[in-house]
Design a protein around this ligand. Structure first.
Ligand code: SF4
Length: 209
């Protein structure tokens, strides 16, 4: 991870998506460097590879399309790579490709909102919306990046920075999300977090074996 001139850690935009899904997932991947592939992650990688392969082009309506475009925000301390950025007369608009279903206000919204905030800063443009393309329904879903969503990105970036700076791995969500999480084998969400007294010496004579 890179730092800006003030020594502040720059946060990868992918970490925001992971954090929005489960803060423990973000810490396992970005602090502990633990990753495990699943059918979903492989499917996602293939979807991204398909987008990456096509290369830059210009459409008949004059829209220019850039793929795998690096973006960053010095103000927020964020960096990442957009799957696709469309440029037309109104300015840039990121399109994030997902292989699965789209969930309104889910982690992909946070990810594409962070991309929008980077593009606003880089190009001085309005960039009111980003788009999530979902492979499951093969539809584009517009994400309006208003002050509320921008604030969510900002707060999450600071929360992740604190987590990374302190090398913390918080407790997991331990709910239905764990069933679809590729990190489940290493995370062991159902294992007890603490076993009180396991290593505390017992008074002499209290053993019964
Ligand atoms: S298994 Fe559950 S608690 Fe663990 S990282 Fe995944 S979603 Fe979070």
């Amino acid at each position: 991870m890179s730092n800006d001139p003030d020594g502040r850690r720059s946060i990868p935009i992918s970490a925001l998506e992971h954090y929005a899904y489960c803060p423990r997932q973000a810490a396992l991947i970005h602090v502990e460097r633990y990753f495990d592939a699943s059918v979903e992650t492989v499917r996602g990688d293939l979807a991204h590879a398909a987008v990456d392969r096509i290369g830059p082009d210009q459409r008949r309506d004059g829209t220019r399309v850039f793929r795998s475009l690096p973006v960053w925000s010095d103000e927020l301390g964020l960096h990442g790579v957009c799957d696709v950025v469309q440029f037309d007369a109104a300015g840039p608009m990121p399109v994030e490709h997902k292989s699965g279903a789209y969930h309104r206000a889910g982690p992909a919204d946070v990810q594409v909102a962070a991309q929008v905030l980077c593009l606003r800063e880089m190009f001085g443009a309005d960039v009111p919306v980003g788009v999530v393309y979902a492979g499951k329904d093969r539809r584009r879903h517009e994400v309006l990046v208003d002050t509320s969503l921008a604030g969510r990105v900002r707060e999450m970036t600071w929360a992740i920075r604190a987590l990374f700076d302190e090398h913390l791995v918080p407790d997991g969500v331990r709910d239905a999300r764990c069933r679809r999480c590729s990190l489940r084998p290493g995370c062991m969400p159902d294992a007890p977090r603490r076993v009180e007294g396991l290593f505390a010496p017992r008074p002499e004579g209290s053993w019964d074996d």
